[in-house]
Design a protein around this ligand. Structure first.
Ligand code: ZN
Length: 147
């Protein structure tokens, strides 16, 4: 069986959904275009115009943890690709018009097409913390862990 690279650590990967939505909301950027999810430490890369300040990182940490602490249920629904195209950027997903796609919802905070594995509720994630971050040539990299 070929394991989905995003599947092997559900709490970390679910936190990634919340982080991406938080970045979109706070900075009006695209969700991470590249990421590496591991049990101990993960990273997400964003197209960005500058580095973030300590204050902004603290704001991201606070918001992500506020969402986690709401004990939101993670749910899924299957919708037609044609419908999904109206709401989501499916640029990286290989699809044809006859297929359906799975949308993962984190409460009412985030909806995102995804084939990975998630925890059933955000109360299984733990506490989110960005450990380090860096900026280089238009790419903001956030490294984070769960405690
Ligand atoms: Zn996912």
């Amino acid at each position: 069986m070929v394991e989905n690279p995003k599947a092997y650590y559900a709490p970390m990967h679910t936190a990634e959904h919340i982080l991406n939505r938080t970045m979109v909301n706070m900075f009006d950027v695209e969700r991470s275009f590249s990421n590496h999810i591991e049990r101990k430490k993960s990273k997400c890369d964003y197209h960005f115009s500058r580095n973030l300040t300590d204050t902004e990182i603290a704001q991201i940490n606070k918001k992500v943890n506020q969402v986690i602490e709401q004990k939101l249920a993670i749910s899924e629904k299957i919708i037609p690709i044609t419908e999904a195209k109206q709401t989501f950027d499916l640029g990286k997903i290989s699809v044809t018009d006859n297929e359906t796609i799975r949308i993962i919802s984190v409460g009412d905070y985030d909806d995102c097409p995804c084939s990975g594995v998630h925890v059933p509720n955000t109360d299984e994630i733990g506490r989110f913390v960005i450990s380090t971050w860096s900026y280089n040539e238009g790419v903001l990299r956030l490294r984070f862990k769960l405690q």
